[in-house]
Ligand binder design. Structure first.
Ligand SMILES: [Zn+2]
Length: 276
């Protein structure tokens, strides 16, 4: 009898290998893209050197930067310690060039005495983007945070007053000063700053699992740090603070330090009826 039970349990372990649940992936593997996945909640997922948070349903999210390599790997470790490495091909994009004239001189030629302030603000921004909360707001269908005309897109190589700068990581939506900025999904406000050196009035919002939105050049904030906001709630007013030449919203998204393209997450254009 003992032998029978033993044989049976061996058979079971063969019939039920730990890889019985296939990894499900949703979203496009593209530079700047956000990809969600589903695995057994007991498994472990590693991506870009980071152990990824998995919710009770087994859902997780990762993001790809502007310059993500043509191929990326994801390691799935099962509860028995075995692992499987998944390789994904990443669609490579071409970025345009954009020359911006007339931004404040001090935001292009940076006076040395401003550096401590700038470093402090970089650290504050980094800390807010590093938050790994259990919110699941990133699963909502994102909506445009403002209505207006797109004047800048993700990824462009940028020149400010003729001087090469960092690429543009956000999407610019031009609209009159004071126009409302709406939460693109629900979330928690993790940073409110009246006037950062480059980004002016700045708000960072957590959507969970390392996904965050950053809104910059704001005229006025209508929220404070720690506020929980609903999708569509007014969080700020559009302005032209920081390195800016006119009122617009610059909306950025991150998966931790990876810069995502917000436009990949919303449909149509930021106008009333979705076209221009
Ligand atoms: Zn911008």
């Amino acid at each position: 009898m003992k032998t029978v039970i033993y044989v049976l349990s061996v058979c079971l372990s063969i019939l039920l290998p730990s890889t019985v649940l296939a990894l499900e992936i949703k979203g496009e593997w593209i530079q700047g893209g956000m990809v969600t996945g589903k695995t057994d909640p007991a498994n472990n997922i590693e991506f870009l050197g980071r152990v990824v948070r998995i919710n009770e349903q087994g859902i997780f999210v990762v993001g790809l930067s502007r310059d993500a390599k043509p191929s990326v790997q994801m390691t799935e470790t099962f509860s028995d310690g075995s692992r499987r490495i998944h390789t994904f091909k990443v669609k490579q994009r071409e970025y345009n060039e954009q020359r911006i004239e007339g931004v404040p001189k001090k935001t292009v030629d940076i006076p040395e005495e401003e550096l401590p302030r700038i470093y402090k603000e970089i650290a504050q921004t980094k800390a807010a983007r590093n938050i790994d909360s259990s919110l699941n707001s990133f699963l909502e269908t994102f909506q445009w945070p403002a209505q207006g005309i797109i004047t800048g897109i993700y990824g462009s190589r940028r020149f400010y007053n003729g001087k090469p700068g960092r690429p543009h990581y956000g999407i610019d939506i031009a609209a009159p000063q004071g126009s409302p900025v709406l939460a693109p999904s629900s979330g928690t406000i993790t940073l409110v700053h009246k006037n950062m050196y480059f980004s002016g009035g700045t708000i960072i919002m957590d959507h969970g699992h390392g996904i965050s939105s950053t809104f910059i050049h704001l005229h006025k904030a209508h929220v404070k740090e720690g506020d929980k906001v609903e999708q569509g709630q007014v969080i700020a007013e559009i302005g032209s603070t920081g390195r800016s030449t006119g009122p617009h919203l610059d909306w950025r998204m991150n998966w931790f330090d990876q810069r995502l393209d917000p436009q990949l997450l919303v449909d149509g254009l930021p106008t009333k009826n979705g076209d221009q």
